[in-house]
Write a protein that binds this ligand. Structure first.
Ligand code: PNS
Length: 162
């Protein structure tokens, strides 16, 4: 039986921290679906199409990894793609409360759905899309945080915004 896991997130934009989790999830599961949240009420820098496109580009040569988007409840999406496992990365203790709340809510909504946490690699434990955007918006160096393709997109986005 093929095992399929979903790595959900905002990915605004994808960082090396996310990619580390996706890669490690792929070592544990046959198929990994990266599910990008399309939520119009959240203020994203990149529209969902661009967040998906960046992820597709940087995971292009990764067998068993697909990229999709979802709106509404994650548990509904899990049913749609016939997956039961959610994989999330845990960076620091500060992530834990929010992550536990999400995991418990999702399990309450659908008891078939389980969340597995992977400890973020120490190398990326400080990394967040929010910090990357802040550094990029002020012209700082982000090449250690995101792949070159994403770096270009960020630079273009802030240039276009002026
Ligand atoms: O990268 P993020 O922003 O931490 O990811 C959060 C995400 C997308 C996993 C979470 O907001 C989510 O699953 N949203 C969908 C709405 C939902 O299912 N809510 C109930 C469970 S918290």
């Amino acid at each position: 039986m093929m095992t399929r896991a979903v790595v959900p997130g905002s990915f605004d934009p994808v960082t090396y921290g996310h990619l580390d989790i996706i890669q490690r999830a792929r070592r544990l599961f046959d198929e990994v679906v990266v599910a990008v949240l399309e939520n119009h009420s959240k203020q994203f820098l990149f529209p969902v199409e661009e967040r998906v496109e960046m992820l597709k580009e940087v995971t292009r040569d990764w067998p068993g990894v697909t990229v999709d988007y979802f709106s509404g409840l994650l548990v509904t999406y899990m049913k749609k793609v016939s997956a039961r496992v959610i994989v999330r990365g845990l960076r620091a203790l500060s992530d834990y409360e929010y992550e536990l709340q999400m995991a418990l809510t999702n399990h309450e909504l659908d008891e078939e759905v389980e969340t597995i946490f992977l400890a973020s690699s120490a190398h990326y434990s400080f990394l967040s899309s929010r910090m990357v955007k802040e550094v990029a918006s002020m012209g700082g160096k982000i090449s250690d945080f995101v792949p070159p393709y994403v770096e270009q997109k960020l630079k273009a986005k802030f240039k276009e915004r002026g």
